[in-house]
Ligand binder design. Structure first.
Ligand SMILES: [Zn+2]
Length: 82
């Protein structure tokens, strides 16, 4: 059965100031089937937990969203070459 690509981002990928109550980097991770869903969920987290305006972070977040579940055999992700 085919694995749907999963997009994910970890809070500390883009928000280096984000720490939990123990002073550890925030390990909050969002996983979703689409980049847009990841974006909306992590935006909520950023706003709620870190009191940051996600609008200011949109580009940074987008840049940090990784794609999982794409371990393809013999093919490269578009744009991943060179
Ligand atoms: Zn966080």
């Amino acid at each position: 059965m085919p694995t749907a690509p999963t997009y994910y981002v970890r809070c500390s990928y883009f928000l280096s100031l984000a720490v939990d109550e123990n002073g550890q980097p925030c390990q909050h991770m969002v996983k979703a089937a689409t980049e847009a869903a990841v974006m909306s969920q992590i935006s909520q987290h950023v706003q709620k937990s870190h009191k940051q305006d996600p609008k200011n972070l949109q580009n940074t977040i987008k840049f940090c969203i990784r794609k999982a579940g794409t371990k393809t055999y013999g093919t490269r992700a578009p744009g991943g070459h060179h």
